[in-house]
Design a protein around this ligand. Sequence first.
Ligand SMILES: Nc1ncnc2c1ncn2[C@@H]1O[C@H](COP(=O)(O)OP(=O)(O)OP(=O)(O)O)[C@@H](O)[C@H]1O
Ligand SMILES: O[C@H]1[C@H](O)[C@@H](O)[C@H](O)[C@@H](O)[C@H]1O
Length: 410
Amino acid sequence: MIFPSLALSLSHDLQTINNYIDFTTMVTTAAAAAHKTQQQQTRVLIVGNYCHDVLIQDNTVKAESLGGAASFISNVVNGMSIPCNLVSKVGEDFKYPVDYTPIVIPTAKTTVFHAYFDLGIDGNGHQDRVLKRVCACDPILASDLPDVRSNFGMAVGVGGEILPETLERMIEMCDAVFVDIQALIRVFDSVDGTVKLVKLEETGFYSMLPRIGVLKASSEEAVFMDVEEVRKWCCVVVTKGKDGCKVYWKDGELRISPFSANQEDPTGAGDSFLGGFVAGLVQGLAVPDAALLGNFFGSLTVEQIGLPKFDSRLLQRVKDEVQRRKMQCLHCERCDNELEFLKPVGHEQFHASLGSAKLIPPCSSQARPWTPSNSPKEAEQTPIPHYTGQAKLLVNSVYEEPIQTVEGKP
Ligand SMILES: Nc1ncnc2c1ncn2[C@@H]1O[C@H](COP(=O)(O)OP(=O)(O)OP(=O)(O)O)[C@@H](O)[C@H]1O
Ligand SMILES: O[C@H]1[C@H](O)[C@@H](O)[C@H](O)[C@@H](O)[C@H]1O
C-alpha cells in the first residue's frame, strides 16, 4: 500500500500535469518511511530551545509565558496525538513543567525574549513587534541529538541555538528536515539583543538547502532570501498572517486560504502553523491540505495570549476531519513515491470542515464534570488582561505557575 500523501490529485484546478513535482525526494522518503513505521512509531524530532517570553506594550508587561518555537510546535503535534522527541536547552532557572525534559545547563540561563508591541508598526502592518533576546542559553550541538533515525526533523531555533553542525546532523539522521528560517537568519544586537535578520545566502546554512525538505518563512523573513532561487532546491512555504500562506515548489506555487480569527497575540502563529503542517504530512495529507491544517492552527494561536490551550473537543473534531480527509484521498493514490503538491479534489470542503470545527464552543470548566483524567489543574483558569485593557479568561493548565502579568496579578 502506498502512503496516502503520495496520492495523485485529480483536481479540476490543476495547473498542468507538467507542474507535478519531482524534486522533493527527501520529504517523500520521509512520508514513505513514516508509512512503514506507522504501526510502530512515526518519529518527529523537534530541535530548538524553550524560552521565556515577555510581552510588553506601553512600557508595561502584559504577559509572560513559556515560548520558543519548539514549545508551540510540540503543543500542536501533541494535540494531534503524534508522538515526538524534543531537544532543547535551558538554565536552572527554567520552571515551566513541560512534556519533554530539556537539557539543563548549570552555567547558563534560559533564553528570554522581550517582545515590544508598540515599537515597530510601520503603518502598513508589516512589523507588528520588535523582539529583543535578553538572555541566550547554549547552542544545541550535533552531539546533543539522539543517535536514532527520525522521519521528520524540525530545526526550529529562536535564539541562534541551531548551528550549521546541528543542521548537518539533522539532515544525516532524519528522512526529511523542515526548517524555520528564523533559526538561520537571526542575529542579535550586541548591546540590547534586538533581533535583526541577515540574508540567507550570507549564512553558513545556504549550501545545505538542497538537502532540506521544506523551508518556512514569514513574509517579513522571506525578503531575506531569493525565493525564486531557493524554490529550485527545496519547498518554500511563506506564511502571510491573516492572508494564509503560499507554497512554492520547483515548478509551481499555490496560495492556501486562511481561517478567520480575532487576533489577540501573534506570538507563535508561525510555529503553530509549522506544527499543523507537519502534523498533516505525518497523517498522510497532501501538501495543500497539510498547509491548510497549518493555517488552521496558526489562526487558533493568534486568538490566545502565549502558548495556546486547545479545546479537547475541537482537537477531536480536527483529528476526525483529518482521518476523513485521508480516507477521501486514498482513492487517488499515486504509484511513484512523490509528494502531492497540487490541491486534491475536496480541498475547499476540507477548509470548510475545519472552519466549522472552529465554531465548537470551548469546553467550559463549569460545564465539565470532574473525572480523574480531568484534574482540577486542567480546569484551572487565570484572568489575564486583554491587550486593550479588557479582562479576559485564559485556560492556563500548562504552567506550574499561572501566566504572570503586571496589572492582573493572578
Ligand atoms: N490574524 C490572523 N488571522 C487568521 N490567521 C492568522 C492570523 N495571523 C496568522 N495567522 C495564521 O498563522 C500563520 C502564521 O502567521 P504569520 O504569517 O503571522 O507567522 P509569523 O510572522 O511567523 O508569526 P510569529 O513570528 O508571530 O510566530 C499564517 O499563515 C496564518 O495561517
Ligand atoms: O516564543 C516565541 C516564538 O517561538 C516565536 O516564533 C519566536 O519568533 C520568538 O522568538 C519566541 O520568543
